[in-house]
Design a protein around this ligand. Sequence first.
Ligand code: MSP
Length: 512
Amino acid sequence: MKDAFYITTPIYYVNDYPHIGHAYTTVAADVLARYHRLCGAPVFFLTGTDEHGQKIEKAAEKNGERPIELADRVVTRFESLWKALDISIDDFIRTTQDRHKKGALALFQKCLDKGDIYEGEYEGWYNVSDEEFLTETQVQELGSDIEKNPNFVRLKEKTYFFRLRRYQKQLLEHIESHPEFIAPLSRKNEVLSFLKQDLRDLSISRSSFSWGIALPNDPSHVMYVWFDALSNYLSALGYPESTDHYNNFWPAQLHLVGKDILRFHAVFWPIFLMSAELPLPKQVFAHGWWTIEGEKMSKSKGNFVDPFEFIDTYGSDGFRYFLLREFSFGQDGNFSKESFIQRLNSELANDLGNLVSRSLSMLEKYREGKVPQADNSIPSILKSSVETHLQDYQKLLPTLHFDQAFGEFWKILSKANQMIDQKQPWALAKNPDQSQELDRVLLDLLEVIRLSSVAIAPIMPNLSRQIREKLGLPELAAKIGQNQIEEKLSWDAETIKKGEKGQALFTRIETS
Ligand code: MSP
């Protein structure tokens, strides 16, 4: 049996509507969840919303509504975006749910019982928009700007502190002995250098506002929103109960996060878990950030990319593909409408769409849509190089090299397109002596098209289904214990029933 695969996205703040950054992490997680399901693994894919804290309280106040009303309103935007983007989540957690509060409180209690939480007073700066206490270095770097920025507030309040320092050495050792724990490498090095400095104890409660989970030992404080939020990864599994979900899926295989929230996941979270004597997640992977048309995305610039707009106009598959194909996961990259359209036109409409329509229309024209009998005396033209690319694809995708994995598969498509140009099936069709050679070419093309339906299934589930319909094959089903990817991603693994051109797979986007 394959190892269980528990994958999470960050839970998103509800003070704002979802944008491309949220879509990015969630699509990446979805591709991995779908891939691992096709590998036969039991998968649990979690996302959700982070609904407590000062930032949400303030945003609600500004709108003249209660925080829960704001959350109830915005959460539907996230839910409908995930639906529109074909995100195959297994659960959606909200930090205002009772099941979550129960888990968060249980974790907090464990840390209290361990003696890792003590009462004190916090004096310093707080970044409300990031819900983060500023370090001395950050304060120094900001200088006098700090007082001009409304996101920063000066705090002086009673608080409970978490003894981070106690676990500093243990965490460093864990990172060194588990090289895959933080990825990519550059991010791991950042965390290591942070951990090599003196680690100040962390304030984990707030007493100057009330929108949060009241502490079990002192209800005049609410839990620090990051302690609350991080515990969602456990509460969603039913923690502290020993549920089947908990037993099957903890520790998580992978927390996907953006680079800005790595420290919370790779320093604070493992330390809370160590304190509670729980196993640590296997990996925290931090991806990079999108700029928009070369600029930082920001409210004041009004340059947020609204995923709904793109999905409505160009469909969900194209948007998903672009997000993971444009630059490598882990790096920063840029979103421009021009490159979006260019990529979709050249890779989806031309390379894939045209290959499918050219090939199937030739099959209809020369063989009435019937799949020819293979003549074993004529060897396949593409098989051996295709096999190499397929192996690479299967190494690259589960290791989060999405752009390279699809790049590798696209080499197969371009080889198939080149084969058409070289073999000129229209010329072969004129000569009855070359009928078997034409059959071979058509069969090779059909097989590449079938393989496409398997390789793109995790990223473009709708196009995958449409291709399979054209070939008379059932939709790819994920079944625990059955490795569909491995089985069906090998040459001639399925019997193609037919080849029906039908509607175009992906229409070229005109840019008048
Ligand atoms: N609520 C916290 C996470 C708690 S997890 C226990 C939070 N929420 S958020 O709504 O701000 O979502 C942030 C996610 O979106 C982060 O992973 C962040 O990196 C990502 N992005 C925000 N802007 C982004 C880009 N411009 N590009 C890519 N990802 C970006 O943080």
